[in-house]
Design a protein around this ligand. Structure first.
Ligand SMILES: [Zn+2]
Ligand SMILES: [Zn+2]
Length: 335
């Protein structure tokens, strides 16, 4: 029996009779992580890592039926052994391992192999079949180390302060924003847009210690943030709210900045290629470590990446799913 079947609702586990990250309402949903394209509204029940529970409550609702599970803890659902393993993508993100009659399949959701200092680091899991993303599955994507990324952001803030400017960072609210906050510890006073504050609180609920920050309400005066660091979600780019910030310069934090930065977002003052997804080498290394003979590619650069895997002698299948890229979706095309 096939363990996985890909249908119009999502990734279905046939013997287990449940879905992983479904995009249409189903009875039983196992969730890899809290981003909106993986954790959607309308499931009768949700199972996710403990750290993802407060995120689902914050994003989907308080009244959902959700259960948490720890990393490496095994449960059996209709004869399928199920366990969650760190994916290193954002807090609580998990690869879901399924074992049935000696066959092992891993569904990785989104992942990165760099240790960002907040998310539990990625662990390679051996399997027969591996389901991967390929958001940055082109050889041109090659991230700096986390230390270099942090240093670059710190230098930018210090440089701006010396010029009497306020540094505004644009990054999505779940995952990226918290990494930026952590990087700027003791560099400048930190302010976060309220939508980010809400998710900071979900992080703090599960024991992540973030540096001090103050929530910013743009309906009130924001004159006091002068020469500090302000973190806002991509929806605010070019907004009136942003223009209220005194002496403002702004930077986009996204993996796309490695290639498209200056051209696509000309109005930004700076760009940092910081991503919660694996770069080309990260993807290739992670997949080799699984020793999988068959790989399904769910989203991103699926054609190029599947072709490359085939050249490596791995059977690769391109899928069509409803997964997107949070780094793309949240930045208005017009900017
Ligand atoms: Zn994600
Ligand atoms: Zn995704």
């Amino acid at each position: 029996m096939k363990i996985l079947h890909f249908n119009d609702k999502g990734i279905y586990c046939v013997p287990g009779d449940f879905y992983i990250d479904p995009w249409k309402p189903v009875d039983k949903a196992l969730i890899t992580h809290g981003h909106a394209d993986h954790a959607r509204w309308g499931m009768k029940s949700y199972l996710c890592h403990h750290f993802t529970v407060p995120i689902l409550h914050s994003r989907i609702g308080k009244d959902i039926h959700v259960k948490g599970i720890g990393y490496n803890e095994t449960i059996t659902i209709n004869g399928v052994k199920v366990s969650f393993h760190p994916a290193g993508h954002i807090i609580g993100s998990a690869q879901i391992r399924l074992e049935y009659k000696g066959k092992v399949v891993v569904v990785s959701g989104d992942y990165k192999v760099q240790d960002d200092g907040i998310s539990t680091p990625f662990e390679p899991i051996k399997c027969h079949e591996f389901v991967t993303e390929s958001t940055f599955g082109l050889p041109i994507y090659n991230w700096d180390s986390i230390a270099q990324q942090n240093q670059a952001m710190q230098n930018w803030v210090l440089h701006n302060q010396a010029q009497g400017k306020t540094s505004v960072f644009v990054g999505y609210s779940l995952g990226k924003a918290q990494r930026i906050i952590k990087a700027l510890n003791e560099i400048a006073p930190i302010y976060t847009h309220y939508s980010i504050t809400k998710l900071n609180e979900a992080y703090e609920k599960v024991g992540v210690q973030l540096p001090n920050y103050t929530s910013l309400d743009f309906r009130e005066s924001v004159a006091h943030v002068d020469q500090s660091a302000v973190i806002v979600p991509p929806a605010l780019v070019e907004s009136k709210a942003l223009k209220k910030i005194p002496n403002m310069v702004y930077a986009i934090c996204s993996g796309w900045m490695q290639v498209r930065g200056a051209r696509r977002w000309r109005s930004a003052d700076a760009g940092f290629a910081i991503s919660d997804h694996a770069d080309w080498n990260g993807l290739v290394t992670a997949i080799k470590e699984t020793q999988a003979q068959k790989v399904y590619v769910t989203h991103g650069q699926t054609a190029v990446f599947a072709k490359y895997l085939t050249e490596l002698g791995i059977e690769a299948v391109e899928l069509h799913t409803a997964f997107g890229n949070e780094e793309d979706e949240e930045i208005p095309e017009s900017v």
